[in-house]
Design a protein around this ligand. Structure first.
Ligand SMILES: [Zn+2]
Length: 501
């Protein structure tokens, strides 16, 4: 049963745009700051999805907070952590907006954080030496926009969850009722790659039925201006292992004799790309076409490539695209980690027994993910490798000169929505009303979010509304959220609640 909210009707279109701006600023300032304890409480719940008992605490917290704001909540069970659906219907609403929120976080290595505990949020400001120093949560000093809240998931993506709750409270305080129904779907396994999400969406398609999907996640454009992102690449992963002697051997006794797996792996990986970082496996980039209209969209993004290179401390970029936005329209083939033998203080004079590379492939709509994986696999075979998906047996080792173990997983596909879609125009208008200028509109982000299952199964368009600062260290130690971004995020979400659909 969905509760109807007994709010008075006060549709914002009656107030006028100028007044709307004032209402918005007042509301967002007040409610962003008033909701900081709520954000702190949420960030204080450990949320590594590897620990189900911790995730349960997060689910309970969300159930409580959404219920107290008039939402009917229900768990969608999976074989692991549940998804949580919170619904609220509004009088006279004709449409339903599905909102995707993510609650889990990447694992933490507390020793690398400059605070006691990544789950004990700390507010910090920069001192005159440009160092971050802690400020008490209860300090009387007004919190400046450039101060930051340091905690796991501050930006990715509990910050946006707190922003949304604060925006709901702000709207309720002025009897602002959205003219659409809301279904908030909460994912507690996003950082695991949401492995159970596609099936859950398929099984609950009727329950999740909506007209469009918006995603409160991800960082704004590097300029930190209001941004909308209309798509994201998907992701697949590959684990590739090559072999030498069955166990590591003395490099003096067997150097020049036993083949070295690290060298084999290096040559194999090197054979996949040219010196400009382009994949040379035929067909890898097939299907991508950047026509004039697309090029205009891509070039409209105000990237400063000099700045990007300076930030990354690189002189030149790979040549997959001729500029940053173009580069991320193509699938990527990336080495995300490598291992063989030992290094640093553990180094030893051996020929290792094996070498392993972990790869990721960022996916695009124009390419079938399975086809891309098979292209890489076939390429390995073409380099003279016997390719298997298990650790080779003694018989296999004795039968083949070169052996590679290749396993892969397709997490989810890419998605992309037109700028001119209903959801695109609606959100563009909401952000324009909030900030007085058109948002930066990004065709497709390079990173991945598990949205394709919603888009393809539910048949609805999706747009991401990013709010957090880009330099937030997400997935790394010292993740943080800029307080100014938190405030503008609350403002963004109030504007969306006010915007008529
Ligand atoms: Zn993440």
């Amino acid at each position: 049963m969905i509760k109807h909210i007994p709010y008075l009707f006060l549709f914002i279109s009656f107030i006028g745009v100028a007044q709307q701006g004032i209402v918005l600023d007042e509301l967002s300032d007040a409610y962003a700051d008033a909701s900081l304890p709520l954000l702190k409480a949420l960030l204080s719940i450990p949320n590594d999805a590897f620990y189900p008992e911790d995730i349960e605490e997060n689910v309970l917290w969300c159930e409580r907070e959404f219920s107290s704001r008039g939402f009917a909540t229900q768990r969608i069970s999976t074989s692991h952590a549940p998804l949580l659906l919170a619904e609220r219907e509004h009088p006279k609403a004709k449409k339903t907006v599905l909102i995707y929120l993510q609650l889990d976080g990447q694992p933490v290595d507390s020793t690398r954080w400059f605070q006691e505990n990544p789950y004990q949020p700390v507010i910090k400001k920069k001192n005159s030496n440009d160092e971050w120093v802690a400020v008490s949560w209860d300090s009387e000093e007004p919190k400046e926009d450039d101060w930051r809240i340091f905690a796991r998931s501050a930006s990715d993506a509990k910050g946006p969850v707190a922003m949304f709750l604060a925006a709901l409270d702000a709207a309720a305080s002025k009897d602002i009722v959205p003219n659409y129904n809301i279904k908030a779907i909460m994912d507690f396994e996003e950082e695991l790659g949401s492995p159970r999400l596609p099936k859950a969406v398929t099984r609950n398609a009727e329950l999740l039925k909506a007209d469009m999907l918006i995603i409160f996640d991800g960082p704004r454009h590097i300029s930190n201006k209001p941004t909308l992102t209309f798509g994201a690449r998907g992701i697949a992963t590959i684990t590739l292992t090559t072999y030498g002697p069955v166990v590591p051997q003395h490099s003096g006794h067997f150097g020049n004799y036993a083949p070295n797996p690290a060298l084999r792996l290096s040559k194999l990986l090197a054979s996949m790309k040219d010196d400009d970082g382009r994949v040379v496996i035929p067909g890898f980039y097939d299907g991508v076409e950047i026509d004039k209209a697309t090029e205009r969209i891509l070039k409209n993004v105000p990237d400063n490539e000099g700045e990007i290179k300076k930030r990354l401390q690189i002189v030149s970029s790979d040549k997959v695209g001729s500029y940053y936005q173009e580069a991320i329209q193509y699938p990527s083939l990336n080495i995300r980690g490598m291992q063989s033998g030992w290094i640093d203080e553990k180094v030893r004079t051996i020929i290792p027994g094996w070498a392993r590379a972990e790869l990721d492939v960022r996916l695009i709509l124009e390419s079938n993910p399975e086809r891309l994986i098979q292209l890489v696999k076939k390429h390995i075979a073409s380099q003279g490798y016997y390719v298997t998906d298990t650790v080779p047996t003694a018989e296999e080792r004795l039968a083949h000169h070169k052996i590679a173990t290749f396993t892969s997983e397709i997490s989810y596909q890419s998605f992309r929505t037109d700028f001119d879609s209903e959801v695109g125009k609606w959100l563009t208008s909401a952000l324009k009303n909030a900030f007085g200028e058109n948002p930066i509109r990004i065709r497709m982000s390079g990173g991945s979010i598990p949205i394709a299952p919603f888009v393809t199964t539910l048949g609805i368009p999706a747009v991401t509304v990013p709010t957090v600062n880009r330099d937030n260290n997400q997935h790394s130690p010292n993740e943080n959220l800029r307080i100014g971004n938190y405030r503008e995020g609350v403002k963004t979400m109030i504007a969306i609640l006010m915007e008529k659909l």
